[in-house]
Design a protein around this ligand. Sequence first.
Ligand code: PGA
Length: 264
Amino acid sequence: MLASGTHKIDLVMRKNIVAGNWKMNKNFEQAEDLVADLTEYFEENKPKCEVIVCPPFLYLEMASDYASESSVLNVSAQNVSAYDNGAYTGEISAEMLKGLDISYCIVGHSERRQYYNETDNQLAQKVDKLLDFSVAPIFCIGELLEERESNNHFSIVKEQLENGLFHLNADEFSNVVIAYEPVWAIGTGVVATPEQAQEMHAHIRELITEKYGDKIANDTTIMYGGSCNPKNAKILFANKDVDGGLIGGASLIAEDFVKIIESF
Ligand code: PGA
């Protein structure tokens, strides 16, 4: 279970979430402007879903300060070390994230898997470390274009789930959010069709049912990510197994991010 207190999340329930993954973008001033704009906007306009921003590590403290004054904004890191505090130069631990009152952390984004060779085994360790400190993992899964073209997308996603998450017991698993992000859709402008998204989300929920049972599967939040924008968000989010979005490029502009959030 996640610690209560200042956390606004109660992950045991399934919910709609829109999260902005800023990746390695913005200088400090631009980052603060974006967080300030979002905070101010949502004071007046309550969203119908949970809102998360995922800035680079250096801006987490600033974002967390804004979030502590906001009834809407939550903060996520983009990555975490697989290890406890110690001699790991350049790394950031789950304990450090917890110390800044960070609620979520992205794990296994395809850019980390591709460019930093993060393995399923490392990702499983990262998930464990986050759960040790009550930070909720946003666990990313998704197939490459050639894997979809060779009709292996369902088995790839199954493998990623089994290797990265299915070592958890049911209580632990209840604190995880899943993001299905087909790699061919990330940053390409080629979005999955609503049918492709729904089909894969239903598959993921079915795999969770087989492992943990109906109740937990129905309570799991599964977001879609990959070229989601203000124009296509509504039709994607309308699918019964799509519980929101992990947004890259379109989360860098407050107006676009707000429009996506208001698709709910
Ligand atoms: P995109 O990125 O929205 O820019 O395609 C999504 C992501 O990588 O999380």
